[in-house]
Design a protein around this ligand. Sequence first.
Ligand code: UGA
Length: 442
Amino acid sequence: MKKIAVVGTGYVGLVTGVGLSHIGHEVTCLDIDPVKIDLLQKGCSPIYEESLEPMIQENQKQKRLSFTSKYEDIQDAEIVLIAVGTPQQPDGSANLTYIFQAADRIAKTINQEVTVVVKSTVPVGTCQRLRNYIQDRTPFSVQMVSNPEFLREGNALKDLFEGDRIVIGSDNPEAIQKVMEMYAPFDIPMMTTDLASAEMIKYASNAFLATKISFINEISSICEKVGANVEAVAKGMGMDRRIGSSFLQAGIGYGGSCFPKDTKALVQMAGNVKHQFDLLESVIHVNNKQQNKLVDQMKERFGSLVGKRITILGLAFKPGTDDLREAASLVIIDRLLREGALITAYDPVAMPIAKEHFPAVTFPANVKEALTGAELAAIVTEWEEFKELPLDLYEELMEEAILFDGRNCYSLEEVMEQNMEYYSVGRPAVGHTKSATLTHEA
Ligand code: UGA
């Protein structure tokens, strides 16, 4: 078992650190934010991730997991994982300030040979620069490994324990060996390569997944116009094993802290080496268009939205998280407020954060209260709670049952049994009475 330090207790760092302690390593997680560390020392998770908190407490009890904000406490770690944020700069490139700050502190603290493992998403070439940067500041030998993470928020522990692959990039065979030993108990296929390729695997993977989403979203827009159903189309495509069925769920676009940031960073990186990444630029453009889709549909249906009582169901960028970063809800609510609509918004977990963003929005206690008296409603995040909602509630509670479903939560068959007007993504509209139809009849 190894003595491991993890620098940065955001999503990636915390989940990885807790998981590594769970398989028996002695792990110290460090963060410069004392408030976060205080919470963690008390066994509380600062992020919403299923099963994480009990796992923190269990491993703290077993004395395998500790939290600190002092670099001295990690000076004798044989492996140091860096998992600090690389936020987006205005030009789309990654801000590496935090990573170099962490590298500086690590270099000044360590008192023995160390393997530094970069988990943060960093532009290709950064790990090599980091190795030189740390090596220049310490007399001890530094080995550098790029080990990108593929965790999904809301599914992070499962992805850690049952991931498809672990990518380990380094020019140093001993460092690769050490990191392979660290991960061995997970029993996940490992792929070894050089530093630059490992860094690129992360960007290329996220860019490809974003491409799949924008692709199916473009297909969905055409489906609406030619009377096809995008769900059937995605199912038929996905049965081809070369295509695969995942990430073909049409909707109002991707959000979160990763896809929007990483796609823009890759476009920027390509530009730096004089390559115009036309395909990825279009993927980003399509996504921006898609996040505006529901409001476009509403305007097409109603013309003016001034004074309309609109209920937004779902705020988080996807279910299972309270994360609002780059969420479609932000774009939608912003625009609706500018259109003069009166907004009520409900989300099972993301409301406390949303309240800070939108002082002009009403946040009710539950979904029933949210729908009561609304003139139209829109599903923005596909929480189970919304999927399980009895459909007759829309008619019962709303002034008129008009629903814009940005995540295709209901089957057209069940909607057709209701007395409601229903618009979704890439599927024929149901029950629309006005001449301003959104789709051509099949
Ligand atoms: C994503 C990747 O899936 C992870 O592998 C990666 O580690 C992570 O980014 C990262 O780079 O840190 P995450 O952002 O947590 O993970 O969320 P996803 O579950 O991938 O969903 C991203 C967005 O795509 C969501 O807004 C979701 O609604 C949307 N999406 C996903 C679709 O619109 N359609 C789909 O078929 C799938």
